[in-house]
Write a protein that binds this ligand. Structure first.
Ligand code: CAA
Length: 365
């Protein structure tokens, strides 16, 4: 398992060869039980960690619990869990609207919508509710962990712990430390992620971190091919699947949520000012129509039906690949050159976070 601490030059650099087991985290709170929060809660509970899931309203609590129960039932029906294991996982998980239930947990992770004002308000509240030793983690996809931490009196105990969708399946966790995060807290969170069976890539606090910084420009570029009428949704996705990627970029955008994609792109674009990160018209239009991807039933695809499996012509495949792959890999090269993350960590992140079979650099042979 590769675990490195990179980024934030001047704070910590180098490869961790071991992680201590002292101060083990045995109880966690998960705030927000949408797609990511429910998946994260499931992952913790499956590792035998006591989980308290919190949502603002009872309907959302019920929906979140339902998502987890269905996911566990599916694993039983596929023979991945037996009924006794499912019951043990379910028993490790409590869901509630009562924030005070988080007072005594070892770590809280939030998975609320990707808007700074919501995250900041939540962290102010968590800082008051939780005991001083509780670690506060954010699953933000791109927002500044430093800015979120500033709303608390415990900057040393605030950290990013970024899971990938679907959280029970994808093996990567990005651990993001700020200049204020206590190195001991970083070690505890890395040890926790490893206990969940995840591989950690640890980095400093840059917009989009490793994966989203690289992935979202590529997804947006695919949407811009639609804006320019250069290819169809099906052709773009089928073309990129021929490179070995598990999903085409537009299907993946639907899985992530088009609203989330727009929010992440806006954050990255404010930092990069690059046309590549300026949100494609079709993305904004779909979001404005409420077609935010798989979770709403509609996005680039109609998810109420089986997705089409198109077989495009060879020339169209090559044209799409030529357009999309080179700038995608170029961004990875420039990230490695900047020193933010090593080539090895970038490849590890893209393999384990997005299922790139051989990493990103191998896309260009
Ligand atoms: N929850 C739980 N389990 C799930 C699941 C879900 N939502 N979706 C799939 N699975 C499980 C299936 O049950 C199956 O498990 P078993 O083998 O135990 O039966 C396994 O995953 C494989 O699923 P499928 O056979 O149905 O489908 P697949 O082989 O096509 O794999 C996939 C599905 C793993 C999602 C694969 O398509 C993939 O890797 N896609 C890329 C996903 C990706 O890039 N995610 C990251 C997005 S970026 C992000 O999340 C960061 C952010 O901040 C936005």
């Amino acid at each position: 398992m590769v675990t490195t601490l990179l980024g934030n030059p001047g704070i910590r650099r180098g490869t961790l060869t071991y992680v201590t087991d002292t101060n083990e985290i045995n109880s966690v709170g998960v705030v927000g039980l949408g797609t990511m929060g429910a998946g994260i809660a499931e992952v913790f509970a499956k590792a035998g960690i006591k989980v308290t899931g919190v949502e603002a309203e009872q309907a959302a609590v019920t929906r979140g619990r339902d998502t987890i129960d269905k996911s566990l039932d599916k694993q039983v029906s596929r023979g991945r869990l037996d009924a006794t294991q499912r019951d043990a996982v379910a028993a490790a998980l409590t869901v509630t609207t009562d924030f005070d239930a988080l007072a005594d947990v070892d770590l809280v992770i939030e998975a609320v919508p990707e808007r700074m004002e919501i995250k900041r308000e939540l962290f102010t509240r968590l800082d008051k509710v939780c005991r001083p030793s509780t670690i506060l983690a954010t699953n933000t996809s791109s927002l500044s962990v430093t800015d979120i931490a500033q709303t608390t009196m415990r900057g040393a105990k605030v950290i990013g712990m970024h899971f990938f969708n679907p959280a029970p399946v994808m093996k990567l966790v990005e651990v993001i430390s700020t200049v204020h995060t206590d190195p001991g807290v970083v070690d505890r969170v890395i040890a926790l992620a490893q206990r969940l069976g995840k591989t950690v890539v640890a980095v400093g606090d840059n917009p989009g971190f490793v994966v989203n910084r690289l992935l979202l420009g590529y997804l947006n570029h695919a949407a811009k091919l639609l804006d320019a009428n250069k290819a169809t949704v099906e052709d773009i996705d089928a073309a990129m699947r021929t490179t070995g990627l598990p999903m085409g970029p537009l299907q993946l955008a639907d899985v992530i949520g088009l609203d989330t994609c727009v929010e992440i792109l806006d954050v990255i674009h404010r930092d990069s000012n690059a046309p590549r990160h300026e949100v494609a018209n079709v993305l904004r239009d779909l979001v404005a129509q409420g077609k935010v991807g798989k979770k709403s039933g509609h996005g680039f695809y109609d998810h109420t039906q089986a997705l089409p499996k198109a077989e495009p012509e060879i020339e169209r495949v090559q044209a799409v690949i030529d357009e999309l792959v080179h700038p995608h890999v170029a961004e990875a090269v420039s990230m490695a050159d900047s020193g933010y993350a090593s080539r090895e960590d970038i490849d590890s992140a893209m393999k384990l976070g997005c299922g790139y079979p051989e990493g990103i650099f191998a896309l260009i042979q």
